[in-house]
Design a protein around this ligand. Sequence first.
Ligand code: DGL
Length: 297
Amino acid sequence: MDRLGRNTIVTDKDRSAPIGLFDSGIGGLSVYLHLAQQLPNEHYVYYADTLNVPYGDRDSHDIETLTLKAVEWLYQQGCKMVIIACNSASAYGLETARRCYPQLPIVGLVPALKPAVLASKSGHVAVLATKATLNGSLLNDVVVNVANPKGTVVAKYFDPKLVPWVESGMSEDDDTAQNLRHQLQVFVDEGVDQLVLGCTHYPFFKTFLLNEIIQKQLPIQIVDSGQAIAERVKQLLILNQLSAPLNDAEGPHDEKRQTSDKIRLPLTFHATKYSDKLGALVERLLGEETSLQYYSE
Ligand code: DGL
């Protein structure tokens, strides 16, 4: 038996178990959207630590403790795999979580600096992330091992207002939106041609940035890691023989939503602090094709 209580032989029950996702707030939903598209017949359970968001300027010990609490919660839900869909939590909690749950496949996030360095023509890239992520060794290992040998300059930028801005619905009249427009122009003026969104909250304002880029014809590209993570999860499921059986999507009719050509199972969403405003935002970010079940203790 392993820590999941499984025999070494993987059963259909193991394969039908949910995939757990964790973020300090709603940012990890940007990763969920990629997963739901690539792996539509998996069950997903999401843990949003909205009571403690933002994590980005907390100290490393705090982040590690909160991360272990979240992983334990998802483990108790019987998840077959856990994705720490938060760069800040991965920076300080991934290693310990893997040590504490050796049989549970745990995937962490690191800003997509490597593809940005490889794609850069100007040799100047920027990473937009939280202070925790920018100081963590997961990102700095990529700077040392990939950017430095190529002579690529990496600009690091943290705005503590960005995560609260996303959590509160991203009003474009807000000062934070104005600062972001300004910072984008600063990056371009400095010769940055690849901008890495190194926090899972940030892809939710990717369209806002792209509109700005198109309007002003700015020579800069936006990179994030959502797609790559979904591919990695798919590989790991196959490797561990844990992919959901194909007929899992054929549950009772009210348990699923039909999209153009895919069936998506409802996402189970748990927040450590829930409000109606949060519920409305989650529904807005996920779009109509996602059906949600709220879970509270
Ligand atoms: N989504 C988290 C990340 O990827 C946000 C961190 C925060 O709560 O500040 O880093």
